[in-house]
Design a protein around this ligand. Structure first.
Ligand code: ADP
Ligand code: MG
Length: 437
């Protein structure tokens, strides 16, 4: 009998040789489902909407055909708009790898926190790809530092998040200055009315929408664990989880102040940790990410905005120290682990105050057919079994477990919350770390 190899590899896209070579170097052997569908459509020149959950390889899905276009059309440029600096840098890194065997397809990032004139100098060298946050790009355009007349491909990455972050006005301003004749690609992990109307504004009517899997679905390779606790129990629980985990851990908190206070607490216990939030300088944020990516620190404590879209492979464990305000962020957060098919774990701390938020998350998980973790009171939450999931709403914890305001630890929490993190509360100074962990 004659066997033919299934045509499920990159060769079938008939990509240019230097791109094939780079994919080899990157060890991308087989396209992910979104790449499988989006790459041929984009290569045809169609406007494309790509909806796929986090970690499914959307970056390569748009970078591969865009690089093809730029190689075929030497006078044209491309523009990628992203919500955060981190995401811009991450895409730049991938672009450099993808174009390592090509010439004259240099790329520049235009993001906040970096001097405008440094960026302007780079723009003078006529880069072929601009990766920008909408805010910084508009700053440059208003100063007429350059124009967008050569842009042939526009990509809106994490379009949903750009809207969440209030970039709508800047996006409209940029749209006004873009050539009408162009290809537009819009990628998003979620889909709602706002993203849909953005798509209507930016894309032609002939666009193709590609949806892979259930949008907003929690990556199925992530084992979710839910631990009942209270505010004052969170820190001990966190330390326990960190000590029990060998791999790297991304901890999410609700605010910048909490990010700092949790990271300081862990530092006190000798944990190799850094923090990532919008209140830090660009340099500090880059260092933190680099340390985390290179495994120099075990734990990164972050807020949602800062961590959105970052791709650090090998995150073993995501811990939701605080539940997110927006249910869909839960899916994005836990999507930081279990990237590209590897398995990961996500532990969420649930307090009585969080029940409304948690139930919103449960509804979203159910709606998208994702597994819903059952709450456990076991301190060693990692013992919980992911197979054991049940689609149940969480029951309210007994009232008696609620910590009272007069509880010293509670008072401390409130102090820290008010932003007085610099002054260590008296109790904190007295208690010496139990053991150097
Ligand atoms: P998304 O934007 O959909 O959240 P990313 O583009 O950041 O996902 O990709 C997630 C991870 O998967 C990255 O580390 C990327 O290098 C990897 N990846 C993407 N496509 C492939 C592929 N075809 N083969 C192997 N790894 C891939
Ligand atoms: Mg992405």
């Amino acid at each position: 009998m004659q066997y033919t190899l299934p045509m499920s590899y990159f060769e079938k896209f008939k990509l240019l040789a230097p791109i094939d070579q780079a994919l080899d170097a990157l060890q991308f052997k087989k396209p992910t489902p979104i790449q499988e569908k989006a790459i041929p459509a984009i290569l045809k020149g169609t406007d494309v909407i790509g909806n796929a959950q986090t970690g499914t390889g959307k970056t390569a899905a748009f970078c591969i055909p865009t690089l093809t276009t730029l190689l075929n059309q030497p006078t044209k440029t491309a523009l990628i708009l992203v919500p955060t600096r981190e995401l811009a840098i991450q895409i730049e890194k991938f672009w450099i790898e993808l174009s390592q065997f090509c010439t004259a397809v240099t790329c520049v990032t235009l993001v906040g926190g970096v001097p405008m004139d440094t960026q302007l100098k780079k723009m003078k060298k006529n880069p072929r790809l601009i990766i920008a946050t909408p805010g910084r790009l508009v700053d440059h355009l208003q100063l007429e530092n350059f124009d967008l007349k050569t842009v042939a491909v526009l990509i809106l990455d994490e379009a949903d998040r750009m809207l969440d972050m209030g970039f709508s006005a800047q996006l409209n301003e940029i749209l006004r200055l873009l050539p009408h004749k162009r290809q537009t690609l819009l990628f998003s992990a979620t889909w709602d009315g706002a993203v849909s109307s953005l798509a209507k504004k930016f894309l032609s009517n002939q666009m193709v929408r590609i949806t892979v899997g259930e949008v907003s679905q929690a990556a199925s390779s992530v084992g979710q664990i839910l631990v009942n606790t209270n505010e004052s129990g969170k820190r001990d629980l966190l330390l326990e989880e960190i000590n029990a985990e060998r791999g790297s851990i991304l901890v999410f908190t609700g605010t910048q102040v909490r990010t700092e206070s949790v990271a300081n607490y862990l530092e006190e216990y000798g944990v190799a940790v850094n923090r990532l939030h919008g209140g830090r300088t660009q340099g500090q944020r880059s260092t933190a990410l680099k340390q985390f990516r290179e495994g120099k620190i075990k734990v990164l404590v972050a807020t949602d905005v800062a961590a959105r879209g970052i791709d650090v492979s090998d995150i073993a464990h995501v811990i939701n120290f605080d539940l997110p305000q927006i249910a869909e962020d839960y899916v994005h957060r836990i999507g930081r682990t279990g990237r590209a098919g590897s398995s990961g774990r996500a532990t969420s701390f649930l307090t009585e105050q969080d029940l409304k938020r948690w139930n919103e998350i449960v509804e979203l998980l159910k709606k998208t057919g994702s597994p819903v973790p059952k709450p456990t009171t076991k301190k060693r939450a990692r013992a919980a079994n992911i197979e054991d999931v049940e689609s149940e709403m969480v029951q309210v914890q007994p009232k008696s477990k609620k910590p009272t305001r007069s509880h010293p630890q509670n008072r401390r929490e409130n102090l820290w919350e008010k932003g007085s993190v610099k002054v260590k509360p008296a109790e904190e100074q007295r208690i010496k770390p139990k053991t150097q962990r």
